[in-house]
Design a protein around this ligand. Structure first.
Ligand code: SF4
Ligand code: SF4
Length: 251
């Protein structure tokens, strides 16, 4: 299953690169679900979309919300190119410096709330200024536009450096701490109808599932994984040595 996910991630990353090279009928920005969130205020306030791409952004966003209600944050673990790049940078880190420092678990718990602050700031400025101010700080835009004309010079380069360095040291750094879309999806992810279930009777408490989880979800601690950060990557299911101890089930 791990390799199926890698193929799916590669397909979506390749598709975005294809669009970023100008080979598609729409640009790569048209498929950013967070653009749909940013367009909502203009839609409610004026009844119109403020940007030509907004209807497509909003459709993608609603599709991602539906996917999240069904399968938790699978969008982040299977589709989002920034999740993919962040994960691959961290895997590279594992292969060249296995014992590098990580953010302590006690701090990680609080830092995960930072994304709600990021969301609040982005929406406040987007809605009051009426412009997509997050674009120049968004790794998605910075990378796929090639530091395009809407970036903010050294500030965008600094943001990209934070993304790369953070991903190197901490698994899913941007997704955990800074992604405003993750903050929007969290309540829908809590609903997540498709979840990992753990059979307490057969579990031998080997901790392998906890160790493999990039989001630090700790499936060994629960009977069913309702944690908002679970992306249903199924790595824990794959690593579990006991047959059918961890299973994917729908409510
Ligand atoms: S709990 Fe399992 S399925 Fe969920 S993110 Fe962690 S490893 Fe992936
Ligand atoms: S990997 Fe399987 S057996 Fe090991 S702790 Fe997790 S659920 Fe239990």
């Amino acid at each position: 299953m791990r390799y199926v996910r890698y193929v799916v991630q590669t397909f979506f990353l390749g598709s975005v690169i294809y669009l970023a090279l100008g080979l598609g009928s729409n640009g790569f920005e048209a498929f950013c679900p967070f653009g749909g969130v940013e367009s909502l205020y203009g839609l409610f306030k004026t009844g119109n979309f403020t940007c030509a791409l907004a209807p497509l952004n909003l459709s993608v966003f609603l599709g991602v919300v539906g996917l999240t209600i069904l399968t938790k944050r699978s969008f982040c673990g299977w589709v989002c190119p920034i999740g993919t790049i962040g994960e691959w940078i961290n895997r590279l880190g594992n292969s060249i410096w296995r014992n590098r420092p990580h953010i302590p678990v006690s701090a990680d718990r609080y830092l995960r709330h930072l994304r709600y602050l990021v969301l609040a700031v982005v929406l406040y400025y987007t809605y009051t200024i009426g412009d997509l101010i997050f674009r120049g700080y968004d790794p998605y835009y910075i990378i796929f536009s090639g530091l395009g004309h809407e970036t903010y010079g050294w500030m965008s380069i600094a943001m990209l450096s934070v993304f790369i360095l953070g991903s190197f040291f901490q698994p899913m750094f941007f997704c955990r701490y800074l992604c405003p879309l993750a903050a929007v999806l969290d309540p829908f992810s809590k609903i997540g109808l498709v979840q990992i279930r753990r059979n307490k009777e057969t579990c031998v408490d080997c901790t392998l599932c906890n160790k493999v989880c990039h989001f630090g979800v700790q499936p060994m601690a629960v009977a069913k994984v309702t944690h908002r950060d679970c992306v249903n990557c199924l790595e824990c299911v794959e690593v579990c040595p006991i047959k059918d101890c961890l299973e994917v089930k729908a409510l």
